[in-house]
Design a protein around this ligand. Structure first.
Ligand code: IVH
Length: 700
């Protein structure tokens, strides 16, 4: 390669890696597999090594991938796109990291681990040990504990500055807000608490497979974009706008690196054991190794055993265990020299394809699903795999009876990634995609843009009707206590066909259902009755408009306020709603252009369902947008009225002071503790008059 070629290739690789980084860290929708990304990075490193004068300061080889919106340029551009991570993300306050938050050098090659061990050994010159740990596949987090209390949680950001996600982290089940002393700890004057006054502990927030499957299952039902993998789901969830929603995402945390000034430990392993004894979540799947052969044993063991873990791991991290030696080895601009990651290739399993089913969904899309000989993959036994569409079947050149490779990606069920041609039997049957709907026999239509086949018999195809009814009653929609079997029974007896039919059911109808007694019928009718009070945004979601998930329904309902305004909105009007792009806008518009849908809405309205939002406090100004205010003491109005006033001016009221608080609003007789804490955190204290003055600024 000559200099000119090197220059061109560097530019190409930089563009690929920067864009891949942005999609991965900011939009949570990866472009490349981890392996391909790492290979491009290694190619760039090699060229920059050969032509050091071409290695730019801002090369992706020298900086960590950033999860900050501004860096990725995702602001604006990102908000209109339908990606898995962006719709309900917000901008966070940012704070500098006390110690830079770096990445790890990685390799897929065991000989490079040997080279790492040799380099470390040479650098240290004495006997030392390694701490071998799982590499958790999630998103990095940095927690600060002060006097045993969690005070701040920052994402890695660009390594120097991170997003403050403290409120969201407080909703993660296994992260303690307060530490507890280990049993038998005796406070002394010199050591009143078992932990240092202030320290940081870093780790990974991840989404276990079960929570990931549940989330994507719900998103599939809602026709929202699926998360590509648990890592993206974890980082998307950590950046949700609504902290309380984070609690429902089933996130977990494991911590693996303690930092602080003058920590009282000599090894990393001791630090982690101490953290565990204070109640912090630390993995017990780690081992102190003394030699490269022990490291290799650990790697080999987990390469197989990780498949049984309930969460995703993408490798093993090997760290020099003694803290003074870590300090001696130090850091490059991007990595510690005292640690390295050995990465596993994406987990695959090889199994036999028995047959293919063609399934019809709520919107009529027909999807081929493979039935497989059961095989263990990522902790679960896999019996079915998605084939997506006809193009995919052709591309794989799949035959019945083939041995196929399955991988777990974003889909609910794993996908088939390749066929093992060497094991194909002669005369194996080539599957044929059906021409007609496997349920109602209507000729399918091909949507070339989406490469999908659809059954157009929306109003008459039994599967589509039943799926719509199931969706209507589901927990996040009308929340009626009824399983799929009930809908099936009601449908088979021709008692329901349209969602509005549920509101015309009588006890005598229900008593016709097999196995139903007085009590079950009354319970069901009571649940239907109660569903009449469901808020408008959930009723809108229950209608099952294509691409309108829970979050979109909320935004649309709040924007327009009532169903008539939505029904008469143009595509352009709909595009004004936050998070609504062209595809969603067209889908909503199409829904209300259909007479049959208008009739359903009319009948549901007549049944007493809510088709407008509750009247909420009018927004008075935006002067407090992005500000968090804590109140203390008494005011000329009630405390609740004061809180409502803060919200009406765009601010957020919080019960306790933290580094994120913008002001302490003090009335008469404010709490002494609060005043003291505000002073120690440097938070400005304002009076009611100053607050009133602040709120009136906007009107001038
Ligand atoms: S130690 C100075 N230990 O992997 C960096 N990192 O690909 C110290 N990771 O940025 C990091 N499991 O987010 C460490 N047991 C573990 C880990 C781990 C996962 C993540 C971490 C890091 C990334 C690099």
């Amino acid at each position: 390669m000559d200099r000119k070629q090197a220059e061109n290739r560097i530019k190409e690789l930089k563009d690929i890696l920067n864009e891949a980084n942005r999609l991965y860290y900011v939009e949570n929708a990866p472009l490349l597999s981890d392996y391909d990304f790492d290979m491009y990075m290694k190619e760039l490193e090699a060229i920059e090594k050969e032509f050091p004068e071409l290695a730019a300061e801002d090369s992706p080889t020298r900086k960590v991938g950033s999860d900050l919106m501004q860096d990725g340029g995702a602001k604006g551009a990102g908000t209109r796109k339908r990606t898995a991570g962006t719709p309900s993300q917000k901008e966070f306050a940012q704070f500098p990291h006390r110690y830079p938050m770096l990445s790890l050098g990685n390799t897929y090659d065991i000989s490079e681990i040997e080279a790492f061990a040799e380099r470390a050994s040479k650098g240290i010159g004495n006997a030392f040990t390694y701490s071998c740990e799982l590499k958790f596949d999630g998103t990095a987090i940095c927690l600060t504990y002060k006097d045993g209390k969690l005070v701040r949680a920052l994402t890695r950001g660009d390594g120097a500055v991170g997003d403050d996600v403290t409120d969201n982290v407080r909703n993660i089940r296994n992260i303690p807000m307060e530490l507890h002393a280990p049993e038998g700890f005796m406070p002394t004057l010199l050591e009143p608490e078992p932990w240092p006054g202030e320290f940081e502990i870093r780790g990974e927030i991840y989404m276990p497979w079960a929570a990931f499957d549940r989330l994507n299952n719900e998103r599939q039902r809602d026709e929202e974009q699926l998360f590509a993998n648990p890592r993206n789901a974890a980082s998307g969830s950590l950046k949700l706008t609504d902290s309380t929603q984070v609690a429902n995402r089933g996130l977990e945390c494991t911590l693996y690196h303690m930092l602080g000034d003058d920590l009282p430990f000599t090894t990393h392993d001791q630090a982690l054991s101490a953290a565990a004894s204070w109640g912090l979540p630390v993995s017990d799947k780690r081992r102190v190794c003394r030699s490269i052969s022990e490291i290799e044993e650990f790697i080999k063991y987990w390469d197989t055993e990780r498949k049984t873990l309930p969460f995703a791991t993408d490798g093993i991290v090997i760290k020099v265990n003694e803290l003074p030696y870590q300090a001696e080895l130090g850091y490059t601009a991007k990595f510690p020299r005292w640690a390295v990651a050995y990465k596993f290739k994406a987990e695959q399993a090889l199994t036999k394809l028995i047959s293919i089913d063609y399934q019809v969904g709520r919107t009529g899309a027909v999807t081929p699903v493979a039935n497989l000989e059961p095989v263990l993959l990522s902790g679960t036994t896999v019996k079915r795999a998605s084939l997506h569409n006809e193009d995919q079947m052709k591309q794989l050149d799949i035959h019945i009876g083939d041995y196929v490779y399955v991988e777990k990606g974003g889909e609910i069920i794993p996908k088939i990634t390749a066929v093992e041609l060497s094991r194909r039997t002669e005369g194996a049957e080539i599957p044929k995609f059906p021409e007609t709907c496997p349920d109602c026999g209507t000729s399918l239509i091909r949507d070339t843009e989406e490469a999908k086949a659809f059954c157009p018999n929306t109003g008459g195809c039994p599967t589509q009707i039943k799926e719509r009814l199931i969706h209507f009653l589901s927990r996040k929609a009308m929340n009626v206590i009824a399983g799929e079997a009930t809908v099936e029974q009601l449908y088979n007896l021709a008692l329901v066909w349209n969602p509005a039919d549920f509101y015309e059911l009588e006890k005598s109808h229900l008593m016709k259902l097999e196995g139903w007694k007085d009590r079950s019928a009354e319970r069901f009718l009571k649940s239907i009755e109660e569903s009449r009070n469901t808020p408008f945004e959930r009723v809108l979601y229950a209608l099952g408009i294509r691409y309108v998930g829970e979050a979109t329904a909320k935004s649309v309902a709040r924007h327009f306020g009532n169903i008539d305004a939505i029904a008469s909105a143009s595509v352009e009007d709909l595009l004004q709603v936050e998070d609504v792009g062209q595809v969603i806008a067209e889908s909503i518009h199409e829904y209300f252009a259909d007479e049959a849908n208008l009739e359903t809405v009319g009948r549901l309205r007549a049944a007493g369902l809510r088709f407008e939002t509750e009247k909420t406090q009018e927004k008075l100004s935006s002067v407090l947008d992005g500000k968090t205010i804590v109140i203390s003491g008494n005011f000329s109005i009630t405390r609740d009225e004061m809180k409502a006033l803060i919200t009406a001016h765009g601010g957020k009221n919080s019960g306790s002071l933290s580094g994120r608080t913008s002001y302490l609003l003090a009335g008469s007789k404010p709490g002494a503790e609060k005043l003291k804490k505000a002073a120690s955190l440097g938070i400005p204290v304002i009076s009611e008059d100053e607050f009133a003055e602040m709120c009136s600024r906007d009107k001038e």
